[in-house]
Design a protein around this ligand. Structure first.
Ligand code: FES
Length: 106
């Protein structure tokens, strides 16, 4: 298991525990934890509604692919530490990270 922190749209932070051996994406864990992540494309890096900002722990999360970067750059607001949650695998590299929800929530 890995533990990281999620900050919601209201700024509330909560620790989340997730299994790191099931090949799940961060988006799947956020949805399972009942965060308002639309994920309309189902994790195909096409909708960008799973946009998150990695406030801490960026180096451990790997690099965004070109497809992911294209989506992020098309957003009205994006940050140097933005990621699509569906493209981030749950692994021990997430331990201690702080993730802020940035995608649409309705
Ligand atoms: S779920 Fe659509 S881009 Fe991540």
């Amino acid at each position: 298991m890995v533990t990281f922190t999620v900050e919601d749209h209201a700024g509330n932070r909560q620790p989340i525990e997730a299994p790191d051996d099931m090949g799940l994406s961060l988006m799947e864990i956020l949805k399972a934890s009942e965060y308002p992540v639309l994920a309309t494309c189902g994790g195909m890096a096409l909708c960008a509604t799973c946009h998150v900002e990695v406030l801490e722990g960026k180096d451990g999360l790997g690099d965004a692919t070109d497809v992911e970067l294209d989506q992020l750059e098309a957003l009205p607001e994006y940050y140097p530490t933005s990621r699509l949650a569906c493209q981030v695998r749950i692994s021990d590299e997430l331990e201690g990270a702080v993730i802020k929800l940035r995608g649409e929530d309705n």
